[in-house]
Design a protein around this ligand. Structure first.
Ligand code: ASP
Length: 337
């Protein structure tokens, strides 16, 4: 892991602070072997989310689950935390804009009945996860996009606001000086939050929200709002979610494939690893390979859980009754160097 990455990790964990951790030990754990060997004797609920911002999101979801809120509402509540945090440059308010200086957001949510909702290329609404939930609950559709998604959000009472913070604007202006598009995913210009929950009844739900790849073309939609790519679950089997270069995840229907491998009997770890290997094999001679990073998290019905990434630097937050809310570093195929 690079020093820079370590620094980001340390400061993010530091910023969360003890006062926000209700009833949890928040420990950073670097040995992922416990996850790999996890045999699924899991107490429920179990929450797993991508990246460091998964910690405060998990905490909020946990609190809501314990208060008897529905699993979907608890996921929404958790994901609204990073969406509203201007310091997080890859999700919601404060997220890096596209090449034209516009913050455009993608999100989706899915419940144990396979009901789902999504928004893509949404602008001006701070909480795309909440709009995705309304698409699921209040429309006959699965996905609304762009202007139509905004129109729907406004009709549902959401407020339009400027999501481009001064800091993100400054970074964009700096980027404009060279205008080079080269995603570096283990840093602050990426890092979607995806969350998977096995609730107390043993049902599985999930969500995903992002401002997508920084400096993307205007109109670009990544994997995150696409059911089957950025997120997929089948309540009979398990769930998976992705982070990283969305184009590679879409090309391989990443999350859906992880779930299908678990259906065939693979553990979450084996399934994530196999799909990462597949993505590598499909991209090793591809122009995207130079900066390609993808990471998956997965859980199955027994509460086994895992994460695996192509390159080093991916981590995820796990929360359960027994061990609290903590970070794990994912195993990976190769390092960046
Ligand atoms: N998958 C997201 C996208 O391509 C970004 C990320 O997770 O880092 O938009």
């Amino acid at each position: 892991m690079s020093n820079r990455r370590k620094f980001i990790k340390a400061t993010t964990l530091g910023a969360i602070g003890a006062s926000t951790l209700v009833g949890f030990k928040s420990v950073e754990k670097t040995d992922a072997s416990a996850t790999i060997l996890n045999k699924g004797n899991q107490t429920k609920p179990l929450i797993i989310s991508t990246w460091n911002h998964g910690l405060p999101a998990n905490e909020e979801t946990w609190k809501n689950l314990k208060n008897g809120i529905s699993t979907i509402d608890a996921i929404e509540a958790g994901m609204r935390i990073p969406e509203a945090d201007p310091k997080i440059r890859s999700v919601g308010y404060g997220g890096f804009p596209d090449r034209e200086g516009k913050v455009t957001l993608d999100a989706c949510i899915m419940d144990h009945n396979s009901d789902c909702g999504a928004v893509s290329f949404l602008q001006g609404i701070k909480h795309p996860i909440s709009v995705a939930k309304r698409v699921m609950q209040n429309t006959p559709h699965v996905m609304l996009s762009g202007q139509g998604a905004l129109q729907f959000a406004l009709s549902e009472g959401f407020k339009e606001e400027n999501l481009l913070t001064e800091e993100a604007k400054k970074d964009w202006e700096k980027w404009l000086e060279e205008s080079k598009y080269k995603p570096v995913i283990n840093m602050e210009n990426h890092d979607t939050i995806s969350m998977l929950v096995l609730d107390k009844d043993g049902n599985i739900s999930g969500g995903c929200t992002t401002s997508g790849a920084a400096w993307k073309m205007h109109g670009r939609v990544g994997d995150s709002p696409i059911i089957g790519a950025g997120l997929f679950l089948d309540n009979e089997v398990g769930a998976a979610a992705a982070t990283g270069l969305g184009e590679a995840v879409i090309r391989t229907a990443g999350s859906a494939m992880v779930v299908e491998l678990m259906r065939q009997g693979k553990s979450p770890y084996e399934a994530c690893k196999e799909i990462v290997e597949r993505i590598y094999n499909k991209h090793k001679n591809h122009k995207d390979m130079e900066y390609l990073q993808v990471g998956f998290i997965a859980i199955n019905k027994n509460g086994e859980h895992a994460g695996y990434s192509l390159r080093s630097g991916f981590n995820y937050a796990i929360c359960d009754e027994e061990n609290g809310n903590r970070m794990e570093d994912a195993k990976f195929k190769m390092s960046w160097e």
